[in-house]
Design a protein around this ligand. Structure first.
Ligand code: PMP
Length: 405
């Protein structure tokens, strides 16, 4: 069980006031707040241990290298990958997807090939594939979703053919909240020997992720959405896939030997970690994972499910409020519009009350187009949010509704 009063003490920013009101932070799908232990780790590392990893024989370099590799191991365990070498540190989900689109694309995609995405993808899981298609003369096909926000995987068979080279799909939608049946999608794709990349940016913070159980070929997520710092993320790839792919970038650390005639590459995972990685934040990422494990992942999941249930029920009771995304399995976020009030008006008025929600396209324009909308309001929750905060959100939405009458 989570004691929310105690948990909130771990997150210094939650005591902030905004325009004289206590901060109500409901923008967790964009980025989560950081616990004291993560903030302290970064501060301490720069004060006591900072030295570039992997290259030095001196004390501090070895210390940082050890901590960095320990963080990799923590992440391996967190997603139940088989090998540490399958965990690649990147700048975030976007960095991870671009790595695969470029490197996998370079090796396996040619003119006339096809890539399957879903209609509910974040721009980060659309644009890298479009860039690849432009370079290679390949094309994108789309799995649609229905009006409840449920993916029509019954249509997947009809989209697959001998030209399909990869399926890239989100584990959980950042707008609809829908948790997609990844295991089922992967099982189907593998019948045709098609690899699957899963965008786990919204699922990793809120659900159990077991990449071996999912059997996906790639899994990507960002540290900053899971209580770790910005600028650090993960690309999980099955060893047999990563081994076949060329390096994404060239530079230090990713090489074995270099001559002007020929370079040989380092073993995994370093083959995909060119240059000086964000090692301080990677170490702090490991500390965030420790914090999640200590709090209890299942406790976090249970707590967020209750918040989602409560918020859905309270928001649905507001006259004229429409929720987008009604799947039975959702992560803890609710996107909505209030009557025909502009999403920016709603967001700006809530802000003046200290309530932080996200407004706009939510980086998923094709998804919004499905509903004929150009913007929505999204409240997204973390386990440090409270039922009282949801009450304040709903009271203010009622007031906004009256104001615009
Ligand atoms: N995919 C999804 C589903 C997301 O929600 C986000 C972040 N909003 C991203 C990808 C991109 O993550 P990042 O900006 O951390 O690379």
């Amino acid at each position: 069980m989570i004691n929310v009063v105690n948990i909130r003490k771990d997150f210094p920013v939650l005591t902030t006031t905004v325009y004289g009101n206590p901060l109500i932070y409901l923008d967790n799908a964009a980025t989560t707040q950081k616990p004291e232990c993560v903030i302290r780790t970064i501060d301490e590392l720069y004060r006591t241990s900072n030295a570039n990893i992997h290259r030095g024989v001196h004390f501090l370099s070895e210390k940082c290298t050890e901590k960095y590799e320990q963080a990799r191991e923590k992440i391996r365990q967190f997603i139940n990958a088989e090998k540490k070498s399958e965990i690649i540190f990147t700048s975030g989900t976007t960095g991870s997807i671009n790595t695969v689109a470029t490197s996998f694309g370079e090796r396996f995609v040619s003119a006339g090939d096809e890539i399957i995405l879903s209609e509910m993808e974040h721009h980060s899981n659309i644009v890298p594939w479009q860039l690849l298609c432009e370079r290679k003369g390949a094309k994108i096909k789309i799995i649609p979703f229905d009006d409840k926000g449920i993916l029509r995987i019954d249509l997947l068979d009809a989209l697959i053919n001998e030209n399909t080279k990869i399926i890239a799909v989100t584990h959980a939608s950042n707008v609809l909240g829908t948790i997609n049946p990844i295991k089922q999608i992967v099982a189907k794709a593998h019948l045709y020997n098609i690899p699957v990349l899963v965008d786990g940016a919204q699922a990793a913070p809120h659900e159990n992720v077991d990449v071996r159980d999912l059997d996906c070929d790639f899994y990507t997520f960002s540290g900053h959405k899971i209580y770790a710092p910005t600028g650090i993320g993960v690309l999980y790839g099955k060893e047999k896939m990563l081994e076949q792919m060329p390096p994404y970038q060239g530079g230090g650390d990713m090489i074995s030997t270099v001559t002007f005639e020929k370079t040989t590459y380092a073993q995994l995972p370093l083959k995909f970690e060119a240059g000086t990685l964000n090692f301080i934040d990677a170490i702090a990422f490991g500390v965030a994972i420790d914090y999640i494990n200590q709090t209890g992942r299942q406790n976090i999941i249970n707590c967020e499910h209750k918040l989602l249930e409560y918020a859905t029920q309270k928001l649905s009771a507001i006259e004229g409020l429409k929720i987008y995304g009604e799947a039975a399995e959702k992560v803890a976020l609710v996107s909505f519009l209030l009557k025909d009030i502009h999403h920016l008006d709603t967001g700006m008025i809530l802000d003046k009350k200290g309530i932080a929600v996200r407004t706009g396209t939510l980086c998923a324009e094709p998804l919004l187009t499905h509903f004929g909308k150009t913007g929505m309001v999204r409240a997204s929750f973390a386990f440090y949010n409270t039922f009282d905060e949801i009450d304040v959100l709903c009271e203010n939405l009622e007031k906004i509704s009256l104001m615009f009458n």
